[in-house]
Design a protein around this ligand. Structure first.
Ligand SMILES: Cc1cc2nc3c(=O)[nH]c(=O)nc-3n(C[C@H](O)[C@H](O)[C@H](O)COP(=O)(O)O)c2cc1C
Length: 343
């Protein structure tokens, strides 16, 4: 034992000398979002990642949410199974990808049917596009939404608002009326919790304020700065090369910008604000970024990711577990040793 320690200590000292050149940083690269306060905490042990967080009437074990993604293909089943498993193990919120295929048939039910895995204690939400809801309203078939909620045993519904994606999608739907009207009529009809999100472009202050005045369970940012579905659809559309440089793919709002708008609205004490819960998502690529945004939110917030979860869920459950644990431990280190710097 003594020899091993001696050897590893010798090796460490040799590593330090060899790596000094590479270990240089520039003062300009300092992360100025935080004050680093090393005096006041101990390290977390590997199982001290839990940070119980009240959200949507349930208790998450950490303030992290798995953003709505996928379903309806063979790979999607494996991805969703892995995501459901880590949601349960780490106590995370889980939004399913679009459940449109289940409105008409149960053929793909297995891709989405994970309440049994996740358990009743955690938030688990179905997902539909606003275009599908509008069409169901026109055909007076909104009972299909109730059926969907019941058959998946979900807590409620996430509605994605994606006019730019639909515009660029070769087979995309067209909205016949403003999304806000469709949401308002749905809310008049249903009693289950409803969340509204974008899909990677975010939304501006007027839309945010209008949503915050509705009795929504939460608003999921789906902000600009990560996965971009306008770009995704343009990449898919090999038939129309001329559309590829369309500037509409670059409009939108980052998560930081959306949070400033939300905070301004909450801070103004404006009358009639009903929704104060937020899933901060879209381009969140690190626990530090999530920590900074969640800690700065004047409402009740968690942060969410899509692509990072997808990347690891595709590799396999062990890789995904390690990704989540590493992220939650980084979050815990941030909570213990960092303070958000006042602007
Ligand atoms: C493969 C994939 C599929 C997605 N499918 C849906 C969907 O069905 N419904 C939805 O609301 N959002 C969907 N999204 C958007 C994400 O929920 C999220 O808003 C967006 O990817 C931005 O987050 P990110 O930058 O962390 O990837 C999807 C994202 C990915 C990567």
């Amino acid at each position: 034992m003594t020899n091993l320690n001696q050897n590893s200590s010798d090796q460490r000292k040799a590593d330090h000398i060899a790596l000094t050149e590479l270990a240089q940083t520039k003062a300009s690269s300092v992360d100025s979002r935080f004050d680093y306060e090393p005096l006041f905490s101990a390290h977390p042990s590997l199982d001290e990642w839990r940070r119980p967080t009240e959200f949507l009437g349930k208790t998450l074990k950490a303030p992290l949410w798995i953003s709505s993604m996928t379903g309806g293909t063979k790979e999607a089943l494996t991805i969703n199974k892995n995501l459901a498993q880590v949601a349960r193990e780490f106590g995370l919120g889980f939004g399913l990808g679009s459940c449109r295929s289940l409105l008409e048939s149960n053929d793909r039910l297995g891709d989405f049917d994970f309440r049994g895995v996740i358990g009743d204690e955690l938030p688990f939400y179905a997902n539909l596009g606003i275009a599908q809801i509008e069409q169901l309203q026109v055909k007076k078939e909104t009972s299909k939404i109730h059926n969907l909620i019941e058959k998946l045993k979900v807590d409620g519904l996430i509605i994605h608002i994606n006019p730019l994606q639909e515009w660029f999608q070769p087979e995309g739907d067209r909205y016949q009326k403003p999304a806000l009207e469709t949401i308002e009529s749905l809310l008049n009809e249903v009693s289950f919790p409803v969340i509204v999100k974008e899909v990677g472009q975010g939304m501006g202050p007027r839309s945010l304020k209008a949503l915050m005045k509705l009795p929504l369970a939460a608003i999921d940012f789906g902000a600009f700065g990560g996965t971009n579905f306008s770009k995704m659809e343009l990449l898919r559309d090999v038939s129309d090369e001329n559309h590829r440089e369309d500037g509409l793919q670059f409009v939108g709002h980052t998560a930081g910008e959306m949070l400033s708008h939300v905070n301004q609205i909450l801070d103004s004490n404006e009358q009639g604000i009903k929704c104060r819960s937020f899933i901060i998502s879209g381009g969140i690529r690190s626990a530090l970024q999530g920590h900074e945004l969640v800690s700065s939110c004047l409402g009740n917030a968690v942060y969410a990711q899509a692509k990072p979860f997808l990347d690891h869920a595709r590799v396999g459950i062990e890789d995904l577990r390690k990704f989540v644990l590493d992220q939650l431990l980084e979050l815990e280190m941030a909570k213990r040793f960092l303070e958000i710097r006042a602007n």
